[in-house]
Design a protein around this ligand. Structure first.
Ligand code: ZN
Ligand code: ZN
Length: 274
């Protein structure tokens, strides 16, 4: 089994993540315009017809901007909690509104989506793990700290979109006012490069094949810096930058069986090269 995943955009200017199998897909958040989502999916040769639902992580504008238009145009079910719907001021047709509960998997065709609460300064924020049979991919951005739920879900993932929001030194020496620096660094703010790295080093499972560095700050981070940092510790995991300017390619994430085969293959190739 496989999951096909892409970031259509990642950052404080908009977030939208595509996850699907051969026949159906979902979006996590739609924080860029509907038109931009269509344009980027077309470039990636992804079909809007496959999208069955959009799951909403929290009400910050960079996660919901395109939702009303997208839902209306494609009559797309929106999975959202009541507080997020209320605080986000979203206008969605009643028949398209669906709810989810923490830790209660929701089936969309063969896909299973599980929401779990996270630390972030929003009214009711969630992260999501998405599975297609034995393949699991996480969407973990806008996180103040790596709580036990996150660690547990991260350990299951074959791939993850993981927030690497800021470099601590750049934030400290940057021009943001004190209260904003405090908010970003705080328990309900964002995950720094080193906090994300610590999670990655301590808890990545052996079957993890891809890590997408996500939701990078424009002012307090550098793509080169964070990529270098993670490459040093990648240990066979493919490190990809989910940009705030453009979509990533579509990546095929394979299940444990396939990962094991790849490992064996890598081992054989290694043996042959000696
Ligand atoms: Zn955000
Ligand atoms: Zn947020």
């Amino acid at each position: 089994m496989s999951l096909y995943v892409a970031s259509l955009n990642s950052g404080s200017n908009g977030n939208c993540y595509y996850l699907g199998n051969e026949t159906e897909a979902i979006l996590v958040d739609a924080g860029i315009s509907c038109r931009e989502i269509e344009k980027r999916m077309k470039r990636l040769e992804l079909s809007m017809k496959k999208i069955r639902a959009v799951f909403v992580s929290h009400e910050h504008t960079d996660h919901i901007k395109g939702i009303s238009t997208l839902a209306k145009k494609y009559q797309l079910p929106v999975y959202i909690t009541n507080p997020t719907l209320r605080y986000g001021g979203l206008r969605i047709e009643k028949n398209l509104v669906n709810h989810f509960l923490p830790h209660q998997p929701i089936a969309i065709g063969e896909l299973t989506i599980t929401a779990f609460p996270k630390f972030h300064d929003a009214i009711d924020p969630y992260s999501f793990s998405i599975s297609n049979k034995d393949v699991t991919v996480g969407v973990f951005t806008d996180i103040g700290k790596a709580c036990d739920h996150l660690v547990r879900h991260f350990k299951q993932c074959h791939a993850a979109f993981l927030e690497t929001n800021y470099d601590e030194e750049m934030l400290e020496n940057g021009s943001y006012p004190h209260h904003l620096k405090k908010r970003i660094k705080g328990e309900t703010g964002h995950l720094s490069n080193t906090e994300a790295l610590e999670l990655f080093i301590s808890h990545r499972p052996v079957h993890m094949s891809h890590l997408f560095l996500s939701h990078l700050s424009k002012n307090n981070n550098s793509a080169d810096l964070v990529q270098q940092l993670f490459h040093q510790h990648a240990n066979g995991v493919k490190i990809i930058l989910a940009s705030r300017w453009e979509e990533t390619s579509v990546y095929q994430i394979c299940g444990s069986e396939m990962s094991r085969q790849n490992l064996v293959l890598k081992g054989e190739q290694l043996a042959l090269s000696f």
